[in-house]
Design a protein around this ligand. Structure first.
Ligand SMILES: [Mg+2]
Length: 232
């Protein structure tokens, strides 16, 4: 049995197990933190993409998440977590070219839709939302684990999150473990040969390079873990 399986709808003031509340502030901290991290690592991401892609990943992700933060800051009145994620996803789709905008845009929109109108949510909704995000990415990108894409970071993270929450860990601890699993998956892309996306045109020459999409995904997962662990 999962902990915290009660659904939380508007007005619910319960706290999630471990004193962690996942709410609109958490989502704002996540996306703002992701934007800061992607901005900071922009040149690194671009270098990784220069090796096996078209050297625009850092710029693209930085521009997209900067636009997300601006958009969220300009929203009138309180917005539910699901609405924030849906808005963020739409912003990424419209501001980021290449594959990463539509992929992360779809991921966040699916997660937002999964959360619906709830003001606060627990571990069950969190896993459902991240499952939906992963499903959207896999569907749109037609990529599986081992293809040397963002899925190599996102899939093990979502799997680890579910396992840890099922074992009764707090959301903060489970997200921290999920982030580590994502980083491990990111590092595991180095020896892989790309079979999806622009890097796949390189064939064997894609081997020996870390995938930029998996790398930015690990950064975004790190921001998610941080957004919960720093909650006051
Ligand atoms: Mg690129």
């Amino acid at each position: 049995m999962l902990p915290c399986t009660r659904r939380r709808y508007a007005g619910g003031a319960e706290r999630v197990q471990g004193g962690t509340s996942v709410d609109a502030d958490t989502v704002r901290r996540w996306l703002t933190g992701a934007a800061a991290s992607l901005h900071e690592q922009r040149d690194y991401l671009t270098q990784l993409d220069a090796a096996i892609g078209d050297a625009d990943h850092g710029t693209n992700m930085d521009r997209g998440f900067t636009a997300v933060v601006e958009k969220l800051n300009a929203l009138d009145g309180p917005a539910a977590p699901g609405q924030l994620l849906t808005t963020a996803g739409g912003t990424l789709v419209s501001t980021v070219g290449g594959a990463s905008g539509p992929l992360w845009g779809t991921a966040l929109r699916r997660a937002g839709r999964a959360l619906g109108e709830a003001d606060e949510f627990g571990s069950e909704e969190l896993t459902t939302a991240l499952d939906a995000a992963l499903e959207g990415v896999v569907e749109l990108g037609a990529a599986q684990e081992g293809d040397k894409t963002m899925v190599d970071a996102l899939a093990p993270a979502v799997r680890t999150l579910r396992q840890r929450l099922e074992q009764g860990e707090t959301i903060a601890a489970a997200l921290s473990a999920a982030h580590e699993a994502g980083e491990e998956g990111m590092r595991a892309t180095v020896p892989l040969q790309a079979s999806k996306g622009r890097a796949s045109y390189l064939g064997e020459r894609s081997i020996g390079h870390q995938d930029p999409g998996a790398t930015s995904t690990a950064l975004i997962l790190g921001a998610l873990a941080q957004s919960v662990s720093t909650e006051g």
